[in-house]
Design a protein around this ligand. Structure first.
Ligand code: NOJ
Ligand code: CA
Length: 710
């Protein structure tokens, strides 16, 4: 039901503050329950300024807004307000799949129309929305005589913090988000110190800036998370840090090739930037509850996506990361640019028909609906470490030992869908050339999802993964996917900005240090605090393809690596880390005869509702989710390197119903370092009103399935 009421002037208008004897007119906008207020004014020289209050306390102090353009003077001052418009919206929309079914979109908005007092009298609007869980604003540029395109050299949106907040951040890398989170004061953020690391095939950290979402806690215990929503036809935003004044300033990802950051056609239509967002909460857990990012996106444009079924999947994947098999087959590139099988196959190829059948059989036996197969297509012999990757990967042609058609059919007969894999190796032009044909082939085979990948520096040289040119590429893949009924799980992606509301075929993405780092990272993998930070940072952006579920935690084939969690925590991740596709990433043989595998078989992937029970950033988090259409609940709780006791209150259950609970807990002597697999499985009856204290060991967790008794 949509209820939009236009109130002509509900805003508290015209507060007068005095500043250096001059009177400034302040326009203010409050959220529906008045939790957050934005105040907007023009400074004496006509510079747009805003500040944000949370329950009467300033959380963003006076901050200015402006732009630098190519071939035009900067837009920063000399402005006057020519009109203001306001409105109030309270609507509820439904997620076709998601962490909850219904989402309330309740806000007040204000559009401020500005014009330069002097020639060239450019006009632009600032559109503010105030929600009870945060605020958002965007800029709108109006077509102007004689200006065909808007060429942005940089956007100068400031966020003036009120103190030296504790911050959970990754560097403002233009090519990757696959960094560990740092926990420091704003004054201590030093992204440039992280320029040299040997884990990544692509990285570019030009400034002391951070990527978003970046989350902070003030000394008064208010939580702030900065991000953006609806990143469309624009460059990704990083935030430049001033260590002395605690000011953040937008720094858009650039293009060395084009020399500007954003170019938009302004001849006919208004140009809108993405929303700049601040989630504001009194408790860390409320950041996860917030639906601000999806709410600031446009409604579904592609219609029904029921052809995509949220699912668990297994795949020919982990075996490559732990060096048991390889992506490539051992083909040779002939002089005329064709891949030929000249008898050099090394016999370690993972994606064989036989192996894929083994995974399909395993999936079918365990009620798992998807099988990802990586390394099925030609090109892998020239993957990492090659400069010239254009034209190398072929998204149509399987290796000689992989019968794609037969496997798609075999899977279908067993109720299992193949998940396609397209590694572009950072050569998106090669990919775009084949996109239609490749997606058409998938739709012919009844394959409705693809995992894409962009490892390596982008070709053409001078483009970055997070710049406007690539933002448009990732969008093109989504749009083409929608045309062919293909859902996209992008690795090395552009960050999630809530686009899944508009394109619900954007099912998941990586965009963080995933499980794979535990297999091969030179620094030993993700430390136990990684995911208790991710839940309050990266996860606020959208679904994560983290690929949990390693059972063989010590990784016998990897001398210097292991998983830095207990087995119970691996299970808890299916609930804590949200995604409509969840991999059971370990080898089938590692799940055979393991009682704990029952949890992965049982756990849901599509949720009616989600309740964040407790948590602190970087320490621990506990989440309960109700599965759609079954009434079953699942709980996951994870801790960092510290052991702790958590209390779970089952008040969220339905009154008068009884549930069969299975608790998968760390054994008393478990520890992520030397006894990670020790797990206790306990069956109990659970009812609303019960509470239970549970001990999590170092790097540990608990997973609980709560199945409604018939
Ligand atoms: C990096 C991805 O994150 C990983 O999941 C994938 O296996 C490799 N690229 C190969 O595409
Ligand atoms: Ca990756």
């Amino acid at each position: 039901m949509t209820k939009t009421k236009t109130i002509l002037l509900f805003i508290t208008l015209v507060l007068i503050i005095s500043c250096k004897q001059e009177q400034l007119i302040v326009t203010s906008l409050s959220s529906p329950k008045k939790s957050n207020t934005i105040e907007f004014y023009l400074s004496q020289d006509g510079t747009p300024q805003y500040l944000v209050k949370h329950k009467n306390q300033i959380v963003i102090d006076s901050s200015s807004m402006g732009f630098d353009f190519k071939n035009q003077p900067s837009l920063k001052n000399g402005l006057q307000i020519i009109d203001t418009r306001s409105n109030s919206v309270d609507e509820t929309w439904e997620m076709q799949w998601g962490e909850q079914r219904k989402v309330r979109n309740h806000y007040n908005e204000l559009i401020i129309e500005l014009e330069e007092i002097a020639a060239p009298n450019r006009k632009f609007n600032i559109h503010f929305k105030a929600y009870d869980d945060g605020i958002g604003f965007r800029y709108e540029f109006l077509p102007q005589q004689g200006v065909d395109s808007l060429i942005v050299m940089d956007e100068n949106t400031e966020f003036q913090l009120t103190g030296d907040h504790t911050t959970w951040w990754i560097p403002g890398d233009w090519d990757t988000y696959e960094h560990l989170y740092n926990t420091t004061k704003v004054s201590e953020i030093n992204a440039l110190a992280l320029k040299d690391h040997n884990n990544l095939a692509q990285t570019a950290i030009p400034e002391n800036a951070v990527n978003t979402p970046v989350t902070m806690r003030t000394s008064d215990g208010i939580y702030l998370s900065f991000h953006e929503a609806n990143l469309t036809d624009y460059a990704g935003m990083t935030l430049k840090i001033d260590n002395d004044t605690f000011k953040l300033t937008s720094e858009l990802v650039g293009s060395d090739r084009l020399g500007y950051k954003v170019k938009r056609n302004l001849s006919k239509k208004m140009v809108k930037t993405p929303w700049r967002t601040i989630q504001i909460a009194d408790k860390a857990t409320e950041l996860i509850d917030s639906k601000l990012i999806v709410n600031l996106n446009e409604p579904n444009k592609i219609g029904d996506v029921s052809w995509f079924e949220p699912k668990k999947y297994v795949g020919i994947w982990w075996e490559m990361h732990i060096d048991k098999s390889s992506w490539d087959y051992g083909m040779t590139l002939s002089e005329d640019g064709k891949w030929i099988d000249n008898g050099k196959a090394h016999g370690r190829h993972g994606a064989t028909t036989k192996n894929a059948k083994r995974y399909i059989d395993f999936a079918a036996k365990n009620g798992i609906k998807g099988v990802l197969v990586e390394g099925w297509n030609t090109g892998w012999e020239r993957w990492i470490g090659f400069e010239d990757r254009e034209g190398v990967f072929d998204f149509i042609t399987p290796y000689p030992d992989y019968d794609l058609k037969a496997l798609a059919q075999y899977g279908k007969e067993k109720g299992v869908e193949i998940i396609m894999h397209h590694e572009t190796s950072g050569a998106p032009r090669t990919y775009e050339k084949q996109l239609d044909t490749a997606f058409h082939m998938m739709s012919q085979l009844g394959i409705h999802s693809v995992k894409t990948g962009y490892v390596g520096k982008i070709i053409p040289k001078g483009e970055y993964h997070h710049g406007q040119w690539m933002v448009n590429h990732y969008r093109k893949v989504l749009e083409t996917g929608a045309k062919y009924k293909v859902a996209i799980n992008a690795h090395e992606p552009i960050k999630a900005t809530g686009i899944r509301r508009t394109y619900p075929n954007a099912i998941a993405r990586e965009g963080l240090r995933g499980q794979e780092f535990n297999a091969w990272a030179a620094d030993g993998g993700n430390p136990p605090e990684h995911l208790p930070i991710v839940a309050f940072t990266r996860m606020l952006a959208g679904p994560i393809d983290f690929t949990p579920g390693v059972f063989d935690i010590s990784l016998p084939t990897k001398e210097n690596n292991q998983i830095n969690t207990t087995l119970a925590q691996q299970l808890a991740l299916y609930v804590v880390v949200y995604s409509p596709i969840q991999m059971a990433c370990d080898l089938p043989e590692n799940y055979e005869n393991q009682p704990a595998f029952q949890f992965i078989k049982d756990v849901g992937v599509n949720w009616e509702q989600t309740i964040v029970l407790n948590g602190e950033i970087g320490d621990y988090v506990t989440i309960a989710r109700e599965e759609r259409n079954t009434g079953n609940w699942f709980v996951g709780s994870i801790t960092d390197e510290n052991k702790r006791e958590i209390t779970i209150n089952f008040d969220f259950l339905e009154e008068g119903k009884t549930y069969h609970g299975i608790l998968y807990k760390d054994a008393d002597d478990a520890h992520y370092k030397n006894n990670p697999k020790a797990i206790d499985i306990e069956h109990i009856e659970i009812e609303k009103g019960m509470t239970k204290k549970i001990n999590l060991v170092e790097g540990g967790g608990v997973a609980i399935s709560i199945m409604l008794k018939q």
